[in-house]
Design a protein around this ligand. Structure first.
Ligand code: AMP
Length: 397
């Protein structure tokens, strides 16, 4: 069975076609600049040159039509006709409290997704546009929505309720939702396989450290707590996001700078984090390079980043009353030995120790624990597309 996975942003669209008989990726690609001048599709198939199509794309429907055309292209495609696509799995950022699992999309789901727009005004609309475009082009193909928030719906109330007037939760849905759920779910399932135990018997801490970063405490296979909250702004220091902050800072700065809520939002989401502290870049590679060249504020930015990750790990070990494995994933977690080392340095009291000689690599699955580490430490490349395809297969087969 072949499953198409779609991750739709406001002006871009990532896709993968997977053959679920062996979970192999047949083709993957990116459509950029949808609705903007210079639209382009780039498709990669292992062992072949990149296939690039440059043509004007007015909207997402035209973009998805181009994806289908690329997949069935006689020379550059991987399937003969669209009929080979058995189902489509869509990444959807916010499922609110309604969706703790992936779901087959019908009109009532579309209505619920639209109701979630107020919770994720930047992310859900392009996801919905992508689904609508696919439904229009492939009316008879089942579609599944896989939510970033769903995995975290198992969090207990003490993890997700803010200490605000309770009616603000009841009336406006102001609570912690958590994000990156598809990644945390995939990585924790794979960690259980590496340990060789049932996930229901394990306490795991998953560090998804990319440009957006979050940590999840996974207890007995379920998300028990996670660092992102009502929005992806809470928690760790990120590329451009502040993470945790005294909320009084927000009102103080709005008054001092005489700025609007949107301008404040922009500072917190786009100008803070590693970029804000270092003043150099939001890309950790640039900041690491500058630090090595003696840039003080780059060192400070990375010190703060690592310190916050360590604090979260410590608090989740306390929250779960133990830890069997610590897992690193995403851009930094998979590719930066320095980050893994800095985070684990100082966690010895928790029984977490890595073997330096096993840590010097990028981008593959590995056990990096020291022989005398009580806690396993793994690097597991995330694969949200595969998780979306697995969920889609399970629902449609
Ligand atoms: P992601 O959001 O998961 O795609 O991660 C992207 C981020 O990972 C980039 O902004 C980089 O800062 C970081 N990254 C990727 N490769 C490396 C590396 N080799 N060393 C340090 N940081 C890296």
């Amino acid at each position: 069975m072949k499953i198409l996975v779609i991750n739709c942003g406001s002006s871009s669209l990532k896709y993968q076609l997977l053959d679920m008989t062996n979970e192999g990726v047949m083709a993957k690609g990116l459509v950029e600049r949808i609705g903007i001048e210079g639209s382009k599709l780039t498709q990669k198939v292992e062992g072949r040159d990149k296939y690039i199509v440059e043509k004007p794309l007015a909207n997402h429907q035209e973009a998805i039509q181009l994806v289908i055309d690329a997949l069935i292209d006689e020379k550059n495609g991987v399937i003969k006709s669209m009929d080979e696509i058995a189902a489509v799995g869509h990444r959807v950022v916010h499922g609110g409290e309604k969706y703790a699992e992936s779901v087959i999309i019908d009109d009532s789901v579309m209505k619920a997704l639209n109701e979630c727009v107020k919770l994720a005004p930047l992310h859900n609309p392009p996801n919905i546009t992508g689904i609508e475009a696919c439904r229009a082009l492939m009316p008879n193909v089942p579609m599944v929505a896989v939510f970033d928030t769903a995995f975290h719906q198992t969090m207990p109330k003490e993890s997700y309720i803010y200490a605000l007037p309770y009616e603000l939760y009841e009336k406006y849905g102001v609570r912690r939702y958590g994000f990156h759920g598809t990644s945390h779910k995939y990585v924790s399932q794979e960690a259980a396989k590496m340990i060789g135990k049932d996930i229901k018997d394990l306490k795991l801490v998953v560090c998804h450290l990319g440009n957006g970063a979050s940590i999840t405490a996974v207890k007995n296979g379920k998300s028990f707590d996670t660092s992102m909250g009502f929005t992806p702004l809470e928690g760790l220091v990120m590329g451009t996001r502040s993470g945790d902050l005294d909320p009084a800072v927000v009102t103080y700065l709005m008054k001092q700078l005489n700025i609007s809520a949107d301008e404040m939002d922009n500072i917190l989401n786009k100008k803070s984090g590693i970029l804000g502290i270092s003043g150099v870049s939001s890309d950790f590679r640039d900041v690491e390079d500058e630090m090595n060249a003696g840039h003080e504020r780059c060192k400070l930015a990375l010190d703060i980043f690592h310190y916050r990750v360590r604090k979260y790990i410590g608090s989740y070990v306390a929250a779960m009353d133990g830890i069997d494995a610590l897992i690193f994933t995403a851009g930094l977690g998979e590719n930066s030995p320095e980050t893994r080392e800095e985070v684990c340095n100082g966690l010895g009291a928790l029984g977490i120790k890595i073997e330096k000689s096993k840590n010097n690599f990028k981008g593959r699955r590995e056990d990096i624990s020291a022989v005398d580490s009580k806690v396993k430490v793994f690097v597991i490349p995330t694969d949200e597309e595969l998780m979306i395809a697995r969920d889609t297969l399970n629902l449609v087969k």
